[in-house]
Design a protein around this ligand. Structure first.
Ligand SMILES: Nc1ncnc2c1ncn2[C@@H]1O[C@H](COP(=O)(O)OP(=O)(O)O)[C@@H](O)[C@H]1O
Ligand SMILES: [Mg+2]
Length: 200
């Protein structure tokens, strides 16, 4: 579905990823682990096609759509978006490819954000906001879901719901790539890419 081969990436000459390879197959969950600053977010952005590798390559199967949940999304708070609008943006992918309203409603219900639909994004708590962004990513009809520390701000019940939703995606044949510091979460993965601590 999606693969990276010997990918190198750096910022302003400082090397972050050194020859990282990963294979993301249909119906699989891949975890990216490693300490702060080890390059997890960078690798996810390279896999999602947001960053171009300096060397090595990323291959995406023809027609493979990628949904990305970034770790940091400060720009959203500057927009006067409601929760409902924010989730629907994820579902809207052109006239013939709209997620059904019922699937959007069901994901919002399950993530406990249906009652917040008229609230503005900037008025939410960290955990509420994160659940909205997870819903926005998961309502997308994608072959690969790339999620950067998706459950870091969530309580145990919400984390369990997210894991259930991800399990459903994987069983339906999609791939999930997530970064995590939670050993229980990375244990859900069939394969783990561990990035090493940055050189001091
Ligand atoms: N936009 C950027 N400009 C310069 N350096 C960056 C940028 N983004 C990340 N870095 C640096 O790259 C390294 C890896 O960052 P990141 O991929 O965010 O790691 P992680 O997600 O594992 O914490 C860090 O040392 C970080 O400071
Ligand atoms: Mg990160």
């Amino acid at each position: 579905m999606l693969s990276a081969s010997e990918v190198c990436y750096g910022y302003a000459g400082v090397s972050v990823l050194r020859e990282v390879s990963v294979e993301v197959g249909a119906g699989s969950l891949v975890a990216v682990t490693g300490p702060n600053g080890s390059g997890k977010s960078t690798l996810l952005h390279v896999l999602a096609g947001v960053l171009q590798p300096k060397s090595g390559y990323v291959r995406r199967q023809a027609g493979c759509r990628v949904a990305l949940l970034p770790q940091r999304t400060p720009d959203i708070d500057a927009l006067p978006l409601t929760v409902g609008e924010c989730v629907r943006i994820g579902g809207f992918q052109g006239f013939f490819r709209r997620s059904t309203a019922s699937s959007t409603d069901s994901i919002m219900e399950r993530l406990g954000i249906a009652d917040l639909r008229r609230r503005r994004m900037r008025e939410l708590s960290g955990g509420q906001r994160q659940r909205v962004l997870i819903a926005q990513a998961l309502v997308q009809q994608a072959e690969v879901y790339v999620l950067d520390e998706p459950t870091v701000a969530l309580d145990a019940a919400s984390r369990a719901t997210v894991h259930e939703l991800l399990g459903e995606k994987v069983r339906a044949g999609a791939a999930v790539v997530l970064s995590s510091h939670d050993p229980e979460e990375s244990a859900l993965a069939g394969h783990t890419v561990h990035l090493r601590a940055p050189a001091a």
